[in-house]
Write a protein that binds this ligand. Structure first.
Ligand code: PLP
Length: 394
């Protein structure tokens, strides 16, 4: 694996400009824009692409994406406010369990394009609040489906008991409540059952069962719904990023599934996080020390999992590239464990990985660090300095 020339150049600039050891996130915004444009080119007609901001809500990321996506998904009142303030013209959709009344009010203030209702309690609360304001709320009911083929990946949110979405058995009651609540306008259903999906064929089978279930549910109840939100979940293979989710093949297959299942005028909406923003982000840490301990080599970098929790959270060895400095190599053709500065044995970013050469002062650059990375990290632990944030604009 190699780094794009512009990232190498940015790392060199950091090395020469920075007073202390390098510790930074770098984001390649033109690469992000190119990636999303390509994603859109493959997407079949009748589909919408939203960005799930939970993956990475940095302003520069949001503003790069705003003209290229159909809108943003928020999963909390905090995200909703942030999105509204940073991208005031972007359509917003609002999901997540346990929404407070104040958050539902916020959604009504901002006139979100859709509330994703997660429970009967929430449906009741939203109906009450919207009616009191004389406002109509557009809603999608999130369902935790029971499918013949249980979805399978490293992170499953449905198809089994979870706190997400309504049980299919609760649908009757939800529809009865909606029928009694003129302030609620049912726009569609929402299914997001998993993340980390790498298997295109399995995901196409899941899409087919989503479409069939949607049609059956609607037919049985005489509903004509304009929207089916099918969530996100396309995975990055951190062990071998080239083998990540094959989006072009998925879209080609999805076109066939849509043609066969005939959804009529119902639009399919994606709300994708990781697969959109992961590849544009890099986490760079300069090697502070190299040591041998109980027969194994360790390289200690400036930073760690308090900045970049992704490998610890997912339990993987994160892919990286070594950018050599001027020092002669201290390790050649050895395996080394890359760790940070925290006093916990969990502060590991990659375990016993082969390196051609390594020396103190080299910069280790972790790729695919643009999703669920800085924003999921325990940044206050040990009160180290935060990383620098570098956004490459051109
Ligand atoms: C409801 C919902 N939609 C979308 C996403 C985005 O998933 P991903 O980042 O895997 O695409 C998530 C992730 O947790 C989610 O819970």
């Amino acid at each position: 694996m190699s780094l794009p020339a512009r990232i190498l150049q940015a790392v060199d600039t950091l090395r020469s400009q920075q007073q202390g050891p390098v510790c930074a996130y770098l984001y390649d915004l033109p690469a992000l824009a190119r990636h999303v444009r390509q994603m859109r080119e493959h997407l079949p007609a009748g589909c919408e692409l939203f960005y799930a901001a939970k993956a990475n809500p940095e302003v520069a990321i949001l503003r790069t994406l705003a003209p290229l996506v159909d809108g943003f998904e928020a999963a909390s009142g905090g995200e909703l406010r942030w999105l509204y303030e940073q991208c005031p013209h972007a359509p917003l959709i609002f999901g997540g369990p346990g929404k407070l009344d104040s958050e539902l009010q916020q959604g009504l203030d901002y006139q979100v394009a859709a509330f994703h209702v997660e429970s009967l309690t929430e449906l009741h609360n939203l109906a009450r609040l919207a009616a009191a304001r004389g406002q109509t709320a557009s809603i999608l009911l999130r369902l935790n489906l029971k499918l013949a083929e249980a979805p399978d990946s490293r992170l499953v949110m449905g198809g089994k008991p979870t706190p997400f979405g309504l049980d299919e058995e609760a649908l009757e009651e939800a529809l009865a409540m909606i029928a009694e609540a003129p302030a609620l306008q049912l726009q569609g259903l929402h299914f997001h059952l998993l993340s980390h999906q790498l298997d295109v064929d399995a995901h196409l089978r899941l899409m087919r069962s989503y479409l069939r279930t949607f049609k059956q549910l609607c037919r049985k109840r005489g509903l004509q719904l304009p929207l089916l939100n099918v969530g996100g979940g396309m995975g990055i293979d951190y062990r071998n990023p080239e083998q990540s989710f094959d989006w072009p093949r998925f879209c080609a297959g999805l076109g066939n599934v849509m043609a066969q299942e005939q959804l009529g005028s119902t639009r399919l909406r994606f709300e994708i996080g990781r697969f959109i923003s992961a590849a544009c982000g890099y986490y760079a840490m300069q090697v502070l020390d190299i040591k041998r301990n109980h027969g194994q080599y360790f390289a200690i970098g400036r930073g760690g999992t308090h900045h970049f929790r992704t490998p610890a959270a997912q339990g993987h060895d994160h892919p990286f590239v070594v950018v050599r400095g001027p020092q002669p190599a201290q390790l050649r053709g050895q395996s080394v464990t890359l760790v940070g500065q925290l006093c916990t044995p969990k502060d590991v970013l990659a375990t016993q990985q082969p390196v051609a050469e390594l020396a103190i002062g080299d910069i280790v650059v972790f790729t695919h660090a643009g999703a669920y990375a800085w924003n999921i990290s325990h940044r206050h632990f040990l009160m180290h300095e935060p990383p620098r944030m570098v956004f490459l604009e051109h």
